[in-house]
Design a protein around this ligand. Structure first.
Ligand SMILES: C[S@@+](CC[C@H](N)C(=O)[O-])C[C@H]1O[C@@H](n2cnc3c(N)ncnc32)[C@H](O)[C@@H]1O
Length: 748
C-alpha cells in the first residue's frame, strides 16, 4: 500500500524480464559441478578485484542497488544430527543440498552490499563465495564477520549469481550459525588455541567481558555460555548469567535475556541487576504492564536507583498510552523530525476494534462500539519500519521478486532483514507475525529444530508484499504539501513512499474505495481514525490505493497485487455505467479541467459543463460519490469566495462535499430556518475537504455568522482524520489567513 511499485514501468519491466532469462539460463546448469577450475589464489584475487570495483562507483553507474529474490525455497527443518557434512568440491550448481551441511571458515572480510558477501574455505582448503542475505545489520560494527569466522550452513543452496559467478546463497537466518572456535565441530587446524579444557568459568568471564567492551556481543555471549557450562561457583554463575543477559539485551534477544534473569532471580530474588534487566526485557518486548510490575518491586527494594526510577516512569507512560490512547502528538511530531530513524518510543493503543471473519474478504477489523468521525481507532507502533531519508539513495533498493513478478523501489530488503532477524531473536513473536495474510504461500509448518526457531525469509517477504505500508515521515507534511499546490485541482493524495513498515493490527483492515477510515503517520506510528460515524460491528476499511485521483475509466482500481477486485458501490457503479456515459464523463472532465487552468475563464460555461458532467451519474452522490466532480466544485467555491461572492462559494462548497458523499443539513443560503449546520452523513475524506470547510467558514462569516464556527469545527475534525491529530490545527489553518481556504502558507 502506497509503495513504489515499478513492475509495469518499461525500464524496470525489461530488467525483470532480463532477470527471468538469467534465472532460466542458470537453471539449465542444474546439477553441474560448482567448484571453479581456478587456483585458490586466482579466486581470491578475482574476488578482491570485483569487490574493489563495486566499492568504487563509476560516474555513469546508477546509484540504486538491486536485490534479487530467487524463486522461494523453504528453510532447512532438518536436525543437525540428521545432516552429513559435504565439502565444496562436491557441490553442484542450482542445487539445494538437502541432508547436508557445510562447515566453512571466512578468508576475507565481509563486503556488505545487498548481502554480506565473502570468500570461505572448507577443511580441504577449497574456496567459494558465500552470500548471507538478511544478515547485514547483524554483521555490522564490532560484530562484522572477521577473517577466520567459522560458520555452519545447513542444506546449502548453490547458485549462479546475477553476475555469472557461482556462490552459496543463504536467505533464511535459521540456515546459518556462527560456530565458536572452541566448538567440538571445529577442526584443530582452525583453532587459535589447541585446547580450552583447562579454562575455568572465571577465564571465560574475563574473555567474555573483553568482547563486551569491544561491543562484540555475539562473541561475548559465546564465552559466557561456555563459562556457564563449566560448573561455576554460585557467585560466578550469577555474574555469568547477568552478563549474558546484558549482552542478549544489547543484541536484541529479549526473550533469551528474560530467561537468564529469571534464572538469576530464582537464586536471588532481590538481585538489583536481575530485576532491572527483567524490567528492561519486558519493556523491549512491549510488555509494559509486566515491566511496570517489575519496576515496582525494584523501586521498593532499591529506591536510590535513579536510572531504574527514570525507566519506571517511561514504562508507566507507555502503559498509559496503551490503556487510554492519550498521546502528546505535538511532541511526537518534533521527535519524528529529529530522530533518525524516526522510531518513536510510544505504546500502541487499540481502540474499540476487533479482528473478525468477514463474508468474502478473509479476516477484517470491526468496530466493537459506535464511533464518531475523527475518533481514534488505532495508534500503532510499527512492528518493524525501514526508513528512507528522502535525500539520500543510501538504503534505497530495487527489489526484484520473480515469483510475484514484482519490482519495487524502497527499503523493502531492509524490512525483510529487520523482521527476519527480529523473529529469529524473539521467536515468541513468530505466531503473531505469520498469522498475517500470506496469500497462497505455503509455510513449512515447523516452528523449531534443535531448540532454534525456524524463520522463513520468503514468508516474511510475502507478508510484506501483502501487508506493508509505504509511509511518509509525517502525514501533516504531506497535507501541507498538497495544500501548497493551489493550482493543482486534484491535490493528489495518491502517494508512493520509499519508507515501508509493518503495522500488525492495521494489516487486518481490508480495502474499500468507499472507505470509512483513514491512516496517517507520525514517524513509525500509524494513526487510524474513523472518517465517518460508524455503528458498532461495522467493518473498518481504508484505501490500499485511493480512487480519488484516477481517471474515471480506471475504476475498478488495479488491486491485482493483493489478489482481489474491489466490489464496492463505486466500482460496481462504474462498471455498470456504460461506455457512453464513461467516455462523456472523461470528455466533460477534461474540458472543465482545461478551462479551470486558464487565468481568464467564463464561469457560466464551467458551471454548465459541470451540470453535464453530473448528468453522467445515475445514482445519487450519497450512494455513489461523484469523484469526477469534487475538484472542480472545490475550485469554483474558492474562486467565488475570493471574488467576494459568498453565496456562490457556499453553493459550490456544499456541492463539493456532497459529491464526495456527504449529506449536510442546514448549510444552504438562504437558510430555511435557524437550524445549525449538521453533517448527517460523512463522505470520502480527502485533504481538500479541510480547505473546503474553511472556505465555507469564510463564506458564512458574512451570510450566517453562527454557521461559521460550526464549519470550522468540521474542518478541524477533517484535519484530524487526514493528519492524525488536531493539536497542530491552529498552526496550519486560521480564519485570518489571507487565503480563503484558511491555509497558512507559513505552516511548517
Ligand atoms: C492486508 S490483508 C487484509 C486482511 C486479510 N483480509 C486477512 O484475512 O488477513 C490484504 C488481503 O485481504 C484481502 N482483501 C482486502 N480487501 C479486500 C476486498 N475489498 N475484497 C476482497 N479481498 C480483500 C485480500 O486477500 C488482500 O490480499
Amino acid at each position: 500500500m502506497d509503495t513504489y511499485d515499478v513492475s509495469n514501468v518499461p525500464g524496470y519491466l525489461q530488467y525483470l524480464e532480463n532477470h527471468k532469462n538469467k534465472l532460466k539460463n542458470a537453471r539449465a546448469l542444474k546439477g553441474q559441478p560448482a567448484m571453479p577450475q581456478k587456483s585458490r589464489d586466482e579466486i581470491l584475487m578475482q574476488f578482491m578485484f570485483r569487490q574493489m570495483m563495486k566499492e568504487t562507483p563509476s560516474a555513469c553507474e546508477e546509484s540504486l542497488q538491486s536485490s534479487f529474490l530467487p524463486p522461494a525455497y523453504p528453510p532447512s527443518i532438518a536436525s543437525f544430527n540428521d545432516l552429513k557434512k559435504v565439502m565444496i568440491k562436491s557441490l553442484c550448481l542450482e542445487t539445494h543440498h538437502r541432508g547436508r551441511y557445510l562447515l566453512l571458515r571466512s578468508i576475507t572480510k565481509t563486503h556488505n552490499t545487498a548481502a554480506a558477501m565473502f570468500l570461505v574455505e572448507d577443511e580441504d582448503d577449497n574456496v567459494f563465495i558465500l552470500q548471507l542475505y538478511n544478515h547485514n545489520q547483524e554483521l555490522s560494527g564490532a560484530q562484522i564477520l572477521k577473517k577466520g569466522t567459522i560458520l555452519l550452513v545447513k542444506e546449502p543452496y548453490v547458485k549462479v549469481m546475477v553476475d555469472g559467478e557461482y556462490g552459496i546463497r543463504v536467505d533464511h537466518p535459521s540456515d546459518v550459525s556462527f560456530v565458536p572456535q572452541f566448538d567440538h565441530l571445529v577442526p584443530l587446524s582452525w583453532r587459535d588455541r589447541v585446547s580450552d579444557a583447562d579454562e575455568d568459568a572465571f577465564s571465560w568471564k574475563v574473555e567474555g567481558s573483553e568482547y563486551f567492551n569491544q561491543n562484540d556481543f555475539r562473541s561475548a555471549i559465546q564465552c559466557y555460555s561456555k563459562g556457564l557450562e563449566t560448573q561455576p561457583s554460585p557467585e560466578l554463575l550469577v555474574i555469568l548469567q547477568l552478563n549474558r543477559a546484558l549482552c542478549l539485551l544489547k543484541n536484541h534477544c529479549f526473550e533469551a535475556a528474560l530467561e537468564d534473569v529469571e534464572m538469576v532471580l530464582n537464586l536471588s530474588e532481590k538481585s538489583e541487576k536481575g530485576l532491572f534487566r527483567k524490567a528492561q526485557a519486558f519493556y523491549q518486548l512491549r510488555m509494559f504492564k509486566e515491566s511496570c510490575e517489575t519496576h515496582a518491586i525494584l523501586a521498593r527494594h532499591y529506591p536510590g536507583n535513579t536510572a531504574a526510577a527514570h525507566e519506571y516512569q517511561r514504562a508507566l507512560a507507555r502503559l498509559a498510552e496503551v490503556e487510554n490512547g492519550k498521546y502528546e502528538f505535538k511532541k511526537m511530531i518534533l521527535e519524528a523530525k529529529k530522530r533518525r530513524p524516526p522510531s518513536l518510543d510510544r505504546g500502541t493503543y487499540i481502540g474499540p476494534i476487533a479482528v473478525k471473519q468477514t463474508e468474502s474478504r478473509g479476516r477484517g477489523l470491526f468496530t466493537t462500539a459506535a464511533v464518531k468521525a475523527g475518533d481514534l481507532l488505532l495508534c500503532e507502533k510499527a512492528f518493524a519500519h525501514a526508513f528512507h531519508n528522502g535525500d539520500e539513495s543510501q538504503n534505497l533498493r530495487l527489489l526484484i521478486d520473480v515469483d510475484m513478478n514484482k519490482a519495487t523501489i524502497g527499503t523493502q530488503p531492509e524490512l525483510i532483514e529487520t523482521i527476519s532477524q527480529k523473529l529469529y531473536k524473539n521467536p515468541s513473536l513468530i505466531p503473531g507475525f505469520v498469522d498475517l495474510h500470506h496469500g497462497t504461500y505455503e509455510p513449512v509448518g515447523v516452528k523449531e529444530v534443535d531448540n532454534k526457531p525456524i524463520v522463513d525469509s520468503f514468508l516474511v517477504e510475502r507478508i510484506i508484499v501483502l501487508n506493508s505500508f509505504g509511509c511518509p515521515l509525517l502525514s501533516r507534511a504531506i497535507h501541507i504539501h498538497s495544500m501548497e499546490r493551489v493550482d493543482d485541482l486534484t491535490r493528489s493524495s495518491n502517494r508512493q513512499f520509499h519508507s515501508v513498515g509493518i503495522w500488525k493490527m492495521a494489516s487486518y483492515i481490508n480495502h474499500s474505495c468507499m472507505s470509512n477510515a483513514r491512516r496517517s503517520f507520525v514517524g513509525d506510528m500509524m494513526i487510524v481514525r474513523a472518517s465517518m460515524d460508524l455503528p458498532a460491528d461495522t467493518e473498518i476499511t481504508f484505501w490500499y490505493k485511493t480512487p480519488l485521483d484516477c481517471d474515471p475509466k480506471e475504476l475498478p482500481l488495479d488491486l491485482q497485487q493483493w489478489g482481489f477486485t474491489c466490489d464496492c458501490a463505486l466500482c460496481q457503479d462504474t462498471q455498470n455505467a456504460g461506455r457512453r456515459a464513461l467516455s462523456n464523463r472523461v470528455k466533460f472532465l477534461s474540458e472543465v479541467e482545461t478551462l479551470l487552468k486558464k487565468s481568464m475563464m467564463n464561469l457560466r460555461v464551467v458551471e454548465n459543463l459541470l451540470l453535464s458532467l453530473a448528468g453522467t451519474y445515475r445514482r445519487p452522490a450519497h450512494e455513489v460519490p461523484r469523484l469526477a466532480l469534487y475538484p472542480s466544485y472545490l475550485a469554483l467555491a474558492t474562486i467565488y469566495c475570493s471574488s467576494n461572492k459568498p453565496k456562490k462559494a457556499v453553493q459550490f462548497g456544499l456541492l463539493c462535499l456532497e459529491s464526495l458523499g456527504f449529506v449536510i443539513k442546514g448549510g444552504n443560503i438562504p437558510r430555511a430556518s435557524g437550524a445549525p449546520l449538521c453533517v448527517e452523513k460523512w463522505g470520502l475524506m480527502t485533504d481538500g475537504v479541510v480547505g473546503c470547510w474553511m472556505t465555507l467558514c469564510r463564506a458564512y462569516q458574512e451570510l450566517a455568522p453562527d454557521l461559521s464556527p460550526q464549519a470550522e469545527g468540521y474542518a478541524r475534525i477533517s484535519y484530524k482524520i487526514c493528519v492524525g491529530e488536531d493539536e497542530t490545527f491552529e498552526q496550519t489553518y486560521s480564519t485570518l489567513s489571507h487565503r480563503t481556504d484558511g491555509f497558512l502558507v507559513t505552516a511548517k
